[in-house]
Ligand binder design. Structure first.
Ligand code: ARG
Length: 461
């Protein structure tokens, strides 16, 4: 016998080249505590079905606890000869409780239903940590909104000055996508909590083990409905990788704003020393590296979900060894977010806004031209004509080096008889912002309301 899990059928062990390719312990060892939890639950199901006596169950559970302590202390480690985490832990269990008892645990389960369950347990745990980090980032954004709720800034489309908005409104526009990411994780949990244990290799079990018992022990929901699907699908893993990538993309878009805002040309924010970097040659430099790394790592997170989907595409049912490739990308997405999110939160929490500069730029680029058109509409001028008149005013002001409120009443009248000096009443940034009081608009009371809604939504998750 070769000594591997499949010894009986084989006269020789795996070649060193196969072993090197096949080995997954350098990454799947992260699943060891979950493997042990799965084994404990499985042992209980075996005992409930009469395959282990009460005494055997107790010795088995005690042995598994020894393994857990060893894994946590780092005294139990996989060997070169172990193919994967399941293999290593069975070897260790046999060393602790002996081959007679240790050899009974594998009855009624396969590494295929085992691994499909463990990856879910692992992701569910780590998702909670990521959710926590996202909530902290939302807190940091909310504090900045609180502090600068009423500061005005240029709102842009096509990166050109469009209409003035509140800084708080703009910051909250970066917060809502993150709220939706939290909601996505929440919804994903429902699917991730289905329990594949009991599906066996692919066709289901013969020993009458209770899958509900195992699911309950592991804190999972109902057992999966189809044993082939249970062992062959990884959409739950891919969905998690997508949400991680979406979080990355959302951070990246926020990052791009911060990078632009920190330029001399914008001058909207200053980065805290602790959350920016210098240059090894240019003494004056202060670089937004956290934001740049967020933008860069978004690419990596997208790569992880893309690679995983490419692995899944075209796989025949049921289990194929290709599925082992699900772990590294999604583990990488998790560790990437776990280092990125706290740094990003620190950067956001310590941003200093130059609200005077923002306010000064807010009306520039004729950003109140829409307000002129809307004022004309309130005078019952058709919008099409109002747009024309406002456009003509912009052209006139551009030619004469004036702002929209600066022409004389006569000059206004020459552009259009509809245009009177009263239009100046809407030509302030404050007036423009206050007038945008429609649902989800930038008027101060709407933004305050929005912040309260956001806090509520997050609290209800
Ligand atoms: N290491 C494998 C994985 O990650 C576990 C399942 C192996 N099953 C098998 N029949 N080779 O997918």
């Amino acid at each position: 016998s070769s000594g591997a899990l499949w010894g009986g059928r084989f006269t020789d062990g795996p070649s060193p080249e196969l072993a090197a390719l096949s080995r997954s312990t350098h990454f799947d060892w992260a699943l060891a505590p979950y493997d042990i939890a799965g084994s404990k639950a499985h042992a209980k199901a075996l005992a409930a079905a009469g395959y282990l006596s009460g005494d055997e169950l107790e010795r088995m559970l005690a042995g598994l606890d020894v393994l857990l302590d060893g894994v946590e202390a780092g005294t139990i480690r996989p060997l070169e000869s172990d193919e994967d985490v399941h293999f290593a832990l069975e070897r260790e269990l046999i060393a602790v409780v002996g081959p007679e008892l240790g050899g009974r645990l594998r009855a009624g389960r396969s590494r295929n239903d085992q691994i499909a369950t463990l990856i879910r347990l692992y992701l569910l745990d780590r998702a909670a940590a990521i959710e926590h980090h996202v909530v902290q980032l939302l807190d940091a954004i909310a504090s900045q909104v609180d502090a600068h709720g009423t500061a005005a800034m240029p709102g842009r489309t096509h990166l050109q000055h469009a209409q003035p908005v509140l800084l708080g409104h703009h910051l909250l526009a970066h917060a809502w996508p993150l709220v939706r990411d939290l909601e996505r994780l929440h919804d994903w949990r429902r699917r991730a909590s289905a329990s594949p244990y009991g599906a066996g290799a692919l066709a289901g079990g013969t020993l009458g083990l209770d899958p509900e018992l195992v699911a309950r022990e592991l804190g999972l929901g109902a057992p999966t409905e189809n044993s082939i699907d249970a062992t062959a699908s990884r959409d739950v893993v891919a969905e998690f990788a997508y949400i991680a990538a979406q979080i990355g993309v959302d951070l990246s878009r926020f990052a791009e704003d911060i990078i632009l805002w920190a330029t001399r040309e914008f001058g909207f924010v200053r980065l805290h020393d602790g959350y920016s970097t210098g240059s090894s040659i240019m003494p004056q430099k202060k670089n937004p590296d956290i934001a740049e790394l967020a933008r860069g790592k978004a690419g990596r997170l997208i790569g992880n979900v893309t690679g995983l989907l490419a692995t899944l595409k075209g796989l025949p049912l049921a289990y194929n060894r290709d599925l082992q490739e699900d772990k590294e990308p999604v583990f990488d997405s998790i560790t990437t977010l776990e280092v990125l999110l706290p740094a990003f939160t620190g950067m956001v929490a310590t941003l200093t806004f130059d609200t005077e500069r923002m306010a000064e730029l807010a009306p520039q680029g004729f950003s109140l031209a829409t307000d002129v058109a809307d004022w004309l509409v309130r005078q019952r001028v058709p919008f099409r004509e109002a747009h024309e008149i406002s456009g003509a005013l912009v052209r006139f002001c551009e030619e004469h080096g004036l702002e929209l409120h600066e022409p004389t009443d006569e000059q206004y009248a020459a552009i259009s008889p509809h245009l009177t000096g009263h239009v100046r009443s809407v030509l302030t940034v404050e007036g423009s912002i206050a007038s945008r009081s429609g649902v989800g608009g930038t008027a101060p009371e709407r933004v305050r309301e929005q912040l309260a809604q956001l806090t509520e939504r997050v609290r209800h998750l």
